[in-house]
Write a protein that binds this ligand. Sequence first.
Ligand SMILES: Cc1cc2nc3c(=O)[nH]c(=O)nc-3n(C[C@H](O)[C@H](O)[C@H](O)COP(=O)(O)O)c2cc1C
Length: 247
Amino acid sequence: MKISKDEAKWVSEFIGSRRSTRDFIKGKPVPQELLDQILHDSLTAPSWSNTRPFKIAIATGEVRNKISAEFLNRWKALSKGRNAGFFGKAKLAITRYGLPTSNIKMSKPYVKELKPRAVRIGKELYEVLGVARGDRTARDAEWAKNYEFFGAPVELFIYIHKSLGIWSASDAGLMMENLMLSAHAHGLGTCAQGAVGIWDDVVRKEFDVPKDYRLLCGLAIGYPTDAPVNAFKAHRLAVDEITLKRK
Ligand SMILES: Cc1cc2nc3c(=O)[nH]c(=O)nc-3n(C[C@H](O)[C@H](O)[C@H](O)COP(=O)(O)O)c2cc1C
């Protein structure tokens, strides 16, 4: 399929116009045929030896609500324990309820090279959300929205096959981007969510996940609201910031 120069320009603009959605219209379902279409489009991404080493748990309706409720309870326990004094922290350590059961490394600090980028997005996003610097309670309340999937009616849990290591994660990422762009083209919003990757056991309780697969992340899908957070434009790097210099 060949496209004209004008169409190519439009494609670049369209790709660049995808942004993470962090506020969805609650109770507005995604029609099944539309969900099928974007999942179908996700599978046209390239893949390592065409293996597509991933599986997706699709949570909607009752199961979505059940998982979200358990996530929220765990997040409340985790946030309370972290922000409390000695006894609160001790309770968290003893009961372990709320502590990550998967992707534990995620809560480790960023390395020096990447930290400024992560700090920047956090600062700019929280500014839009009206969360003051150092206000842990407000910040945790905002983060809790991850566990309501920002109100999205559909939450995908992306699992990758352990055997292929980085290639599994890479293939899942390519699949997710295809899915997100297709969703965007159909008027849907999406948000990839590492935040929901820390309690794999909750998802496994509801879905038949093979033991050779591990949870990579979640992905919220739904119709975006007009909330200012959805107009937030994350900083984009310049190309020369990622290209390597010749020796
Ligand atoms: C694997 C992955 C995990 C992410 N996890 C979260 C998350 O847990 N919560 C969140 O609000 N955004 C999350 N994001 C969204 C990023 O913050 C976002 O893509 C980035 O800031 C660039 O903004 P944009 O998507 O609007 O272009 C995640 C993105 C990716 C690719």
